[in-house]
Design a protein around this ligand. Structure first.
Ligand code: FAD
Ligand code: NAP
Length: 335
């Protein structure tokens, strides 16, 4: 086990916050994980699990032991003419995994192309993009409980997946390290082009193959989302709010052109549009700015957790004041 004291996490979070972990372990094997957990127990250190750092707001100092599991192998568990089931280690980089599957002719992940981070974090917030959520292809999640080191397996039905949520952010919040995820992927292409940019590309160029669809998603994302290596960010900073029909009608009366996506008994509103309407696109709050191409993304220019949270709180305050909507932050404070 490679235990480091006083380890900088600046290059390990996509907001590039200058953060220092008291203890850090890069665990390559499950034995490393177990050793790190027993060390933490012996020394009374809280364990905090880090993946690719693309959905966290790092505090200046992280007390306790930051544990990053980097195993990145896969196992083919079963294969038929129609589908494969594979088990993938948590440390596999997400987009590399998507491309790996596309090259094998295993489909279902194309809409989730180019999302930063790791396979192990994908179930945590049930990553989603362009109408697909990772829960659609997850069969099981394997991991260890941080407190006891005991292993667990959860069927997808027991993971309480919902919009950007799962049991790993709720009942098991900060209690587990996911070590691998089982996916069932189809050998038949079933491309989903429901979202406007993909739909218009399909109208112009015809229905894509899964590989083309993945390339379209990368193209669209690169055109509006900042690259964290150049402009540090954590993707969408707020979830899209879902409001009651009644509340929606009131907001729509004052904003007749508001984009909206009806759900069963409610309406989803694009948080980026609400922020844009307040004239905040491109605006700076000290060292943190609202991205000029996508108002849902906050870009950090050397700020700390406090600076990022202050900017986020100011945006929340203004959205609440104008629309009466309480925005919910997506990336979680890592402290
Ligand atoms: P981290 O940020 O390291 O961790 C996130 C949370 O998961 C933390 O609470 C951490 O403790 C926990 N965690 C991480 N790994 C494990 C593990 N192995 N076991 C248990 N808990 C763990 N998200 C989307 O859903 N859709 C998008 O389209 C999308 N686009 C993005 C675009 C950009 C430019 C950026 C910067 C982010 C985007 N995100 C998106 C957010 C982010 O990439 C995802 O949530 C991703 O899954 C986070 O992975 P990570 O490995 O970086 O997790
Ligand atoms: P967009 O196309 O500008 O649309 C704005 C929002 O409207 C999206 O967030 C999406 O909600 C919703 N939307 C658009 N078309 C929809 C449809 N046909 N049905 C239902 N809802 C619809 O969004 P964007 O910012 O470029 O992002 C594109 C996709 O990538 C979205 O799915 C978004 O969630 C995902 N993304 C996520 C992150 C992140 O960090 N979480 C970062 C970048 C992109 P949904 O978010 O519910 O899909």
């Amino acid at each position: 086990m490679n235990l480091i004291q006083k380890h900088s996490l600046k290059s390990l979070n996509t907001l590039a916050i200058d953060s220092m972990a008291d203890y850090f372990v890069d665990a390559v094997t499950i034995d490393d994980v177990r050793n790190a957990l027993s060390y933490a127990k012996q020394h009374d250190l809280a364990v905090k699990v880090l993946g690719g750092g693309s959905n966290v707001v790092m505090a200046d100092r992280i007390s306790g032991l930051v544990l990053k599991y980097t195993a990145s192998q896969y196992k083919l568990l079963s294969e038929t003419n129609e589908a494969v089931t594979i088990e993938v280690d948590a440390g596999f980089e997400w987009h590399a995994f998507v491309l790996f599957c596309l090259n094998k002719g295993w489909f279902g992940l194309e809409n989730l192309s180019y999302i930063p981070g790791t396979v192990g974090a994908a179930p945590v917030q049930n990553i989603g993009a362009y109408g697909v959520e990772v829960k659609d292809v997850i069969q099981r999640v394997h991991g260890v409980y941080l407190e006891t080191g005991e292993t667990f397996t959860l069927d997808a039905d027991d993971c309480d997946f919902s919009y950007r949520e799962s049991i790993f952010k709720q009942a098991l919040n900060n209690q587990t390290l996911i070590t691998s995820v089982e996916f069932k992927l189809s050998k038949q292409a079933n491309v989903q082009v429901g979202y406007a940019p993909l739909n218009s590309m399909a109208s112009e160029q015809g229905m894509p193959t899964p590989l083309q669809l993945s390339q379209w998603v990368v193209e669209v994302r690169q055109s509006k989302l900042p690259e964290p290596s150049k402009l540090p960010n954590a993707g969408s900073f707020f979830k899209n709010p879902v409001v009651s029909l009644e509340k929606f009608e009131t907001i729509q009366q004052a904003n007749p052109d508001i984009p909206n996506y009806p759900q069963s008994n409610s309406v989803k509103l694009p948080a980026g549009w609400l922020i844009d309407q307040l004239g905040l696109k491109g605006k700076s709050f000290g060292s943190v700015s609202v991205h000029d191409k996508q108002a849902l993304v906050l870009v950090n220019h050397g700020g700390t957790c406090v600076d990022v949270e202050a900017a986020a709180n100011e945006i929340k305050r203004q959205v609440k004041g104008e629309y009466g909507i309480e925005l919910e932050q997506e990336p979680r404070v890592f402290s």
